[in-house]
Design a protein around this ligand. Sequence first.
Ligand SMILES: Cc1ncc(COP(=O)(O)O)c(C=O)c1O
Length: 391
Amino acid sequence: MFSGRLNIEFEPNRLSRLYDAKSAKGEKIIDLTSSNPTKSGFIYDTNILTKNFPESSAMIYNPDPRGLIAARETVRDYYKEIGKQVNIDDIFITPGTSEAYSYLFKLLLNPEDEILIPQPCYPLFEYLAMLDSGCVNYYPLKYEHKNGWRAEFEVLRNRIKDKTKAVVVVNPNNPTGSYIKSAEYIEFLSICREHKIALIADEVFSDFLISPCSHYLKTISGEDSYLNFILNGFSKMLGLPQFKFGWIIVEGEEDLKSEALKRLEIISDTYLSVSSIVQNISGNLYETRNKIQRQISGRITENYELLQKKFLLNPDIRLLKCEGGWSAVLSFANLLIPEDDFVYNLLEKKNVLVHPGYYYDFDREGYAVLSLLTETKLLEEGIDRILSLYA
Ligand SMILES: Cc1ncc(COP(=O)(O)O)c(C=O)c1O
């Protein structure tokens, strides 16, 4: 009856079941996983919806498969502000970044073709690829105590097969918080060119630097690229996931790029998914960038510093180096039980919810992931409870 695409486990796992049971009983849980900016205590401008917006323009439907000019100008202005020239014709507006991936998978993948994604990484890729009948394979990021996370290029090269169509870089990566460094980017470019595959750069967290690091890239450059796609959107950049506004920028060798643009236009034209209203107010939304980013960046930095203090002298729990983004990773030494049991016990006994590392495909046991958007007082209380369980 149904397509084989959704070959997944539908039952909630035991952690979710416990969470639901406790919530139903009215128990107060400290949720250290929430990364919903609209529920994290930030102050938003409430006049952005109507300011400078002639209501009459809401009643006119005049779609453009690449996105309305006003929306693409907003995107172009963002890149201008961060020092990158983007041609308005190379921008596609999408209903968020997740769906931008879907456009790209339709563009690049035949059934069972593969994309290579970083490991660890945020857990949506398998679903995104599966829904477009593609597959994922992984290239590892390796953690070194002083330097943080780096891509293992030897493994990446070995994993490229005939069916590999794209390499994904998440800059900075979620949950590791590691930015792409310029030397790494050169290596990615040369691999993609050598194997004639595309590079997809997901930069949704790139405005959220936490610890300055040398040679990091806020956005990748199109120079010398074979075929690059840059993804971003307002969901993280402005803390506005509900507006469903994202984009793709296409860069690369002229012939390839123009072929990609033509094909993307068909894909986008088939759905015309992005509301004209949000496109028309994109400039207003963008004006809120400094105000909201000041708050989010203040929160994530304060929280990261708090975690550094809490775990500085702890021999058993280490805070891994994080350069940017909204997540922090804890590494547990000598965890005597499986990570999943530890996270379950933490919720059961201490009413604290964290994500176990395996949600993000860490290559071994012993990790937990926390959201740095958590209100700082709650985070502190949650950490103290983690420490008391581990003691
Ligand atoms: C790295 C990364 N890319 C993309 C997305 C999805 O973004 P959007 O809300 O624009 O679909 C997420 C969501 O958490 C993410 O972590």
